[in-house]
Design a binder for this molecule. Structure first.
Ligand code: PEP
Ligand code: MG
Length: 539
């Protein structure tokens, strides 16, 4: 059977299917004897302590690797585990002789239902976190492993309805060969994880996954976005061949990792990485990133129920700045809206969210959100070579307003005597309006970065996520190329560099065209860097 979804992380893999039993544990006993209440309550408290202890270790580990956003999620789990209301609900039940392992599941379910009923999409999704935590406490009470991933002992293809951060964090290193999930998009947590682990992933395969759960073997093509269950011998051979070719191709590209990308004529092209979280920074350097062309800060905001504080943001941006040292790191300010919701902020319903309150439009309207981010960037800039970039700019007034707010943030910090660094400011060229007004914008910018993903969708009026419009989802269209040319010409007149940080930057067949149009920097998912450097070197 063939499942199709979104190719969220490239590569192919064939292996035994592994379906984690991440469902709720079944209580061993429902009732306890009257004389057992005190002892069982003590066991319940011990179980909370054990679960919180494990969660805290996970949080410390994530913090050490600079992964603030994931740490934030587990902090919510700790809060839930220690919630006094949850504890008293369980205690009441135990006093009525319900076993603690059953009581914590039942109380957790009531709590989860309250979350699930909330209007806010993000908060209602927290119901799963509540079930996750109460399930862990219940499993602990029964002396069982709390996550099905302990059973993942050999390299396998992981099939799951969805994978929560608490699931992926428990997966033993080196064991998953690939992920296939029913839910999810390229920006969901599992996709980000797969890309940084360098393993293929197909997400959003839908209901078909149900039937695939019985499979023994699965062949995954994360480049195409498909998976074949119980493949026949020919298919396995075909996948093995693809995998070998890919491995050979990657090995042959290793020599390009750490070269400075330069065309045969000696034109220097900087090849940088796109990051979704600070924890990807070290890996990106290993792949040969000469900087960060796009740090998508929205993930830091999206994967938690509240807003990250200025200090938390400072830690994340500072961590990337330190890893990259002298190398430039472009921090893009918050780009939510469109298909990305922001928990913690009341976003109005919009009929056309991609044409709505997105990116810089939202930031300028919500200084409470924007100022702490700008302050965090300026503070982190003291530890490296940071630049700031504004998304979704459609007119020069937006750029000027954003720069004014940046200046205000700087003055405020200076008055407080807080150390700040210098940052250049640049603009994403991802609306046709920005490309057409590039001359005006260039006069006010230190650099441009072309977001081809959005530039294509807005220029060709083709939703970037609509699978029926694949034909139109390419930057290799005369209208898009004309806008890129216009952008590069405007940049050249002002003598500022132009990068591309949309998917097109990592596409080998497009790189020569982009460079011939005047692009000077390419930024992409880190595993694509060696191949891009090779393409440049052969130009
Ligand atoms: C783009 O639009 O090309 C881009 C890089 O931004 P994002 O994909 O985050 O919208
Ligand atoms: Mg964009």
């Amino acid at each position: 059977m063939k499942l199709t979804g979104v190719g969220a992380s490239e590569g192919v893999a064939v292996g035994p299917a592994f379906v984690p039993q991440t469902g709720r544990p079944k209580p061993e006993r429902n009732r306890i004897a009257e004389g057992e209440v005190d002892a069982e309550l003590q066991k319940f408290r011990n179980a909370i302590e054990a679960v919180v202890g494990r969660l805290s270790e996970t949080i410390d580990g994530l913090r050490r690797s600079g992964n603030e956003e994931e740490a934030g999620i587990f902090e919510f789990h700790v809060e839930m585990a220690e919630d006094p209301e949850l504890a008293s609900a369980v205690e009441e039940r135990v006093e009525k002789l319900e076993s603690p392992e059953a009581a914590v599941l039942a109380a957790g379910e009531e709590y989860a239902a309250e979350f699930a009923a909330m209007d806010d999409e993000y908060l209602s999704a927290r119901a799963d976190d509540v079930r996750d935590v109460t399930g862990q406490i219940s499993a602990e009470l029964m002396g069982r492993a709390s996550s099905g991933f302990e059973a993942l002992q050999k390299p396998s293809v992981v099939l799951a309805w969805s994978l929560a951060p608490s699931d992926t964090a428990r997966i033993p290193k080196g064991m998953p060969l690939a992920f296939v999930t029913a839910e999810g998009s390229r920006t969901s947590h599992v996709s980000i994880m797969a890309r940084s682990m360098g393993i293929p992933a197909v997400v959003g395969v839908g209901d078909g996954l149900e039937r695939a759960l019985q499979a023994e073997t699965v062949a995954v093509d994360g480049t195409e976005g498909s998976a074949i269950t119980d493949p026949d011998r020919e298919t396995v051979a075909e996948f093995e061949k693809m995998s070998e070719e890919l491995a050979e191709e990657r090995a042959a590209l290793d020599e390009y990792r750490h070269v400075e990308a330069r065309t045969t004529e000696g034109r220097r092209i900087e090849v940088a990485a796109n990051l979704g979280s600070a924890s990807e920074a070290e890996d990106a350097l290993e792949w040969g990133a000469e900087g960060v062309g796009l740090f998508r800060t929205e993930f830091l905001f999206m994967e938690r129920d509240d807003l990250p504080s200025e200090d938390e943001q400072y830690d994340a941006y500072g961590a990337v700045a330190r890893v990259f040292g002298e190398k430039p790191v472009i921090i893009r300010t918050l780009d939510v809206g469109g298909d990305k919701d922001l928990p913690g902020v009341d976003q109005p319903h919009e009929d056309n969210p991609f044409l709505g309150w997105r990116g810089i439009r939202m930031s300028l309207d919500t200084p409470d959100l924007f100022q702490p981010q700008l302050r965090a960037i300026l503070r982190a800039a003291a530890h490296g070579n940071l630049k700031v970039m504004f998304p979704m700019v459609a007119e020069v007034g937006e750029l000027l307003a954003a720069k004014k707010m940046l200046q205000e943030a700087r003055s405020g910090l200076e008055e407080e005597g807080v150390e700040v660094g210098e940052v250049e400011t640049g603009v994403m060229i991802e609306t046709p309006a920005a490309a057409v007004c590039a001359a005006e914008l260039a006069a006010q910018s230190a650099f441009f970065s072309i977001g081809t993903n959005d530039l294509v969708q807005y220029t060709l009026a083709a939703d970037r996520g609509n699978e029926r419009l694949r034909r139109l989802q390419t930057a290799d269209h005369p209208a898009v190329l004309a806008l890129i040319r216009q952008t590069c010409e405007a940049a050249e007149k002002e003598n500022i560099p132009v990068g591309v940080c949309g998917e097109a930057a990592g596409e080998p067949e497009l790189i020569p065209k982009l460079i011939s149009l005047g692009v000077t920097e390419l930024s992409m998912g880190a595993p694509s860097i060696p191949r891009a450097k090779k393409v440049v070197a052969e130009l």
